[in-house]
Ligand binder design. Structure first.
Ligand SMILES: [Ca+2]
Length: 181
């Protein structure tokens, strides 16, 4: 795990100015990309969790970081984690600097209820990617720091979202989730 730890140390150093979030994980909107389907009507059939699982692309290093915390919390090593392990993995990811209410808010936005019992690595990766967006959104509101823009590709996808969603009957829950991104 040597190189991962080095990576984390570097992140902490480069990010020491952002004291509002401690731990190895500096928030970025560029470590993953959320896409929209070609046909926006496809969104009508998706729950928030299904949407992030299918339309989020996570870049290499972040993927490695997420896998690290997934594996750490998959105690029986069967390749899936339960909801409690998921909550722990998310808190680990931010070195315990986020609280249970924030974790629950993230899971609520994703509409993770009792019907979802287990999460595999791909789903966890998507949840973790969304958690980063959620926290970015949350802290941006607090510090008014909108300096980091999304990547151009995603910006293009998401501009005029309201207009694109015209005529789509997507769920309120998915609408709330897209607002965070
Ligand atoms: Ca397991």
């Amino acid at each position: 795990m040597g190189s991962l730890e080095e990576e984390e140390t570097k992140r902490v150093k480069s990010d020491s100015g952002k004291a509002w979030l401690q731990g190895p994980h500096s928030l970025s909107r560029r470590s993953c990309r959320f896409e929209l389907p070609m046909d926006m009507l496809d969104l009508e059939l998706l729950s928030p969790l299904q949407y992030v699982s299918q339309f989020c692309r996570v870049h290499g290093r972040r993927r490695t970081l997420f896998r690290h915390y997934f594996t750490k919390n998959d105690r029986d090593r069967d390749g899936s984690i339960n909801k409690r392990e998921l909550q722990n993995a998310l808190r680990d990811l931010y070195a315990q600097s986020i609280n249970t209410e924030q974790v629950n808010a993230i899971l609520d936005l994703l509409d993770v209820d009792k019907s979802v019992r287990t999460f595999d690595l791909d789903v966890f990766t998507a949840v973790a990617a969304f958690s980063e967006r959620y926290l970015y959104h949350y802290y941006s509101l607090a510090v008014q720091d909108q300096s980091e823009r999304r990547m151009v590709l995603e910006e293009t996808d998401f501009c005029a979202l309201r207009w694109k969603l015209e005529g789509c009957k997507i769920s309120e829950k998915l609408k709330n989730l897209l607002d965070v991104l």
